[in-house]
Every structure is written in C-alpha cells, then in structure tokens.
Design a protein around this ligand. Structure first.
Ligand SMILES: [Zn+2]
Length: 272
C-alpha cells in the first residue's frame, strides 16, 4: 500500500531540525508524497527549497495563510504572488489560503483576510492551479464567494463537522476535503468521513500541528497516515487497500501528479 500526505507544513520552524527524520519516516511508512503548504513569503521560499531537495516526494503549495495576514510586511502578499507566477511549473497548488474568523474578531482583520484570500484565488484562477483552503468557522462564506471564481480544483483541508450540511454541495461541485489523525478519535470528523464519498477525500497530517487521542505528546509524522487510512476503512467498511488505492488516485487527479499512482514498480515487484 502507498499513502499520501496532502497537507503538511514542512517549512514550519518546528520541523527545521527534523526534516531528515520526517523524510525517513515517510519513506519507511510508504508515504510517497507530501504537499508542503506555506504560510507567508519565508515559508514559501523554504518549501520551494525542500521540493528541490526531495524531488518526487515533496510537492509545493505557495500562499498566505489567514493567520499571517496581520504580520505581513508591506509587499509580502505581492512577493508571494510573484513567486507563484515565477515558480508555477514547480507548484501543485496555491495554499494554504482561506479565512479564519476565530483568529480575526475585528472587522478590520476580517477585511484584510478577505482581501488577501481574493488575491490568492485570482492568482490560482489565472494560472489554473488547485487551491488548498483553511475554512475554520468560515466554510459557508467561502462556498458562496467561490461561486464567482472559475476554480475547478478546490480542497477544504480539515473540514469541520460544524458544516456537515455543506457536504452535498461540496461533492456536487467536485471539490475535495482532507482529514487527518482526528479521524481516529473525533466523533465529529468520523461523521464527516462517513458522509463524504471516498472519491472526494484525501489524507493529511497538517504537521507540525499536534494531535490528541493516541498521538498525544508525539511529534506529528507522515507515519500517522497509514493509521488514518485504517480508520477510514473501518468507518466506510472497506478494505484498507481499496481505500489507500482510491486516495492515491484522488491525489493524482487533484494535484495532477500522475506518478504517485503509477503501478509499474509494484507490478514488477509482485511479478518477481
Ligand atoms: Zn495547515
């Protein structure tokens, strides 16, 4: 079985000293692709470097996270956008972008998040890249503003059970969601996994975010992904191999990275 981590922050300072360990952990646990999401300009540049260092394993998404809008330098959003245009061949998505009203109580901060989010969506639309969206407490607003964009590939990461009622619309538009370690221990997330068709689901760690349940106190690592797949298989009453294969296909379709679902190597190994 092969696995994918469609949303991780490899450029986060917490992983700085541990990149080698994380990459080794991914290889050992058959996690064949890691999508490194950025938060601002600095993490964008570092993510690009990591993709160069680990080709065929680390893929890059560049963007400005809603948490970072208040600490941006004057030209930072434009600098990230310039990087997106310049490096577009090397990118698999624009992300992590979105809205988070829990971290923006004031109207001013919300307006700033909206402004940056719109700029990122416009950029993704211009160069036809998928988007990876953070939607804490904001999924309904985001769904309605996406209607004015021609974006086909949209991924809601860590989609929350609060807005489970939006799932039919998400599926109808052909959007995807990612879920991670809480699939193992959170009833709300398990409910989402139960309701989303497997064809619209991807797996993530969102590392270095830390988790509860069986992961309490542990550094978040790619090797959590096989456990997430196992939990999805239990919830959906399917075989783990079927779930893993479908998620690999979803990854290839969503990000346009065909090599991850390439079966040639496996077939030769089985043939021998
Ligand atoms: Zn994230």
């Amino acid at each position: 079985m092969k696995f994918v981590d469609a949303h991780i922050h490899l450029s986060d300072p917490e992983y700085n000293q541990n990149i080698g360990k994380i990459v080794e952990d991914a290889k050992r646990s058959n996690v064949v692709a890691l999508v490194s999401n950025s938060m601002n300009l600095q993490t964008s540049l570092l993510s690009l470097q990591l993709a160069e260092e680990y080709p065929g394993l680390v893929y890059v998404a560049l963007g400005v996270h809603p948490w970072n809008v208040k600490s941006l330098s004057p030209n930072e959003t434009q600098d990230v956008i310039s990087q997106i245009f310049q490096q577009k061949e090397k990118l698999v998505a624009v992300g992590e972008i979105g809205l988070d009203f829990r971290y923006a109580r004031s109207g001013e901060l919300r307006d700033l998040q909206l402004q940056v989010f719109h700029e990122m969506l416009r950029t993704a639309e211009k160069i036809s890249l998928p988007v990876i969206i953070h939607s804490r407490e904001t999924a309904p607003e985001i769904m309605s503003l996406l209607s004015s964009y021609g974006l086909e590939k949209v991924l809601f990461h860590w989609f929350s059970s609060k807005f489970i009622g939006l799932l039919p619309q998400i599926v109808d538009r052909g959007y995807y969601i990612t879920e991670g370690p809480p699939t193992i221990y959170s009833n709300g997330i398990r409910e989402i996994v139960r309701h989303i068709p497997l064809a619209n689901l991807l797996t993530e760690t969102d590392g270095p975010v830390r988790f509860g349940g069986p992961f309490k106190g542990e550094m978040t690592k790619p090797s959590f992904i096989p456990l997430v797949v196992k939990a999805i298989a239990q919830i959906k009453d399917m075989k783990e191999t079927e779930v893993a294969d479908q998620i690999l296909k979803n990854f290839a379709n969503f990000f346009g990275v065909k090599s991850v679902s390439d079966k040639r190597h496996e077939e030769t190994t089985i043939g021998v």
